[in-house]
Design a protein around this ligand. Sequence first.
Ligand code: ATP
Ligand code: MG
Length: 420
Amino acid sequence: MRRSQLFIKTRREAPADEEAKNAQLLIRAGFVHKEMAGVYSYLPLGLRVIDNIKQIVREEMDAIGGEEMLLSTLQHPQIWQSTDRWDDAKVDVWFKSALGEGSEVGFGWSHEEPMTRLMTQFVSSYKDLPIYAYQFQTKLRRELRSKSGLLRGREFIMKDLYSFSRDREQHDEFYATVERAYHRVYDRLGIGGITYKTFASGGPFAKFSHEFQTISDIGEDIVFLDQGKKLAINQEVLTDEALSDLGLDRQSLVEKKAVEVGNIFTFGSRYSEPLGLFYTDEKGVQQPVFAGSYGIGVSRLMGLLAELFADERGLVWPSVIAPYKVYLASLGDEAEVKAAADEAYEQLQAAGLSTLYDDRDERPGQKFADADLMGLPYRVVVSQNSLQAGGLELKKRTQTDTRTVPQDQLVQALKNSLQE
Ligand code: ATP
Ligand code: MG
């Protein structure tokens, strides 16, 4: 992509109405646009980051048998009434709207009910199970506090997977499989080392649910870590009884702030029974389907990764989710510089190294500042100086030193570095 064709502009100052550092940086770098509190639009670079996060999640969900689909946002009150989750007194995050003639629709804040109801069309026998269906969806929630930028949106992107199993045994096995897949997702995103499986409140079908909490001071949750066991327990469920159930020792726990980046939940027949999702087992007996739900906060992850890895100069994307791998800048308007930069752009593109080419007529200082602010993993600069020194100047976003690479070795140098 040529920078001269990209409509976005970077900003020196953070917008006055934004207090969260993640959103401030993303707005300054032109990745998102703030519509109102808790509501952001994704601009071309921001959308590429979202898509890269989704792709990692998608690969891991597909690998464990997930089938991707997309449910509707508009929700019929009736199915939520049948599980007693339509009433605002029961679920306080609903956005609802009138639909003439005294009827209403809701805007999906979660999808247990519609997904369960939908499955009644397709499930009748034990042979139809298990089913693992997931989607990436924009959820709408009337969050009262929305001051953490992308970490708590009123409109946000979630991956939600729902499992429909024959019985608890089949469910438990898949639940453990999802746990492993989640760890792979967080490892690939570069936060595996600081993301803990965390015990949280369960429900009638399981003593605990599990959250995946990334340790960070920007988090809204308080968790207690057992570093040796690589487990945590959410403050909300920290009782002597819970500790003894889990074999955890209060003395060895450390209190930390954390960001909930995912959560998995066993809900058994909580929704299957009222919505009529039953199947006939091998013996011909009717049974309720045993279900679970598994969320990952895609846009929250974008905000978290933006803030977690940033430095005083701007964003620092892990290369797997960076919108482009390389920020290529030409400095000066000499013909040989332009020609060398154009050639480098062609070479990088041909080699599959996605590149944002700053071909604008801007001062070097502005180009360097933009490269740092946008946080692409590599910066390649072509100038008369670099050509005199024998090629192009290569620098990692996370390092200060630069090195000169001959033009015909640029692609290989980058490929080697990306593999390190
Ligand atoms: P929280 O405790 O943070 O309010 P939740 O328990 O309501 O989250 P779920 O409904 O299970 O969350 O949603 C699954 C995932 O979606 C969460 O683990 C989180 O990563 C993300 N998420 C939830 N609410 C928001 C929000 N308002 N903005 C952005 N991401 C969110
Ligand atoms: Mg929660």
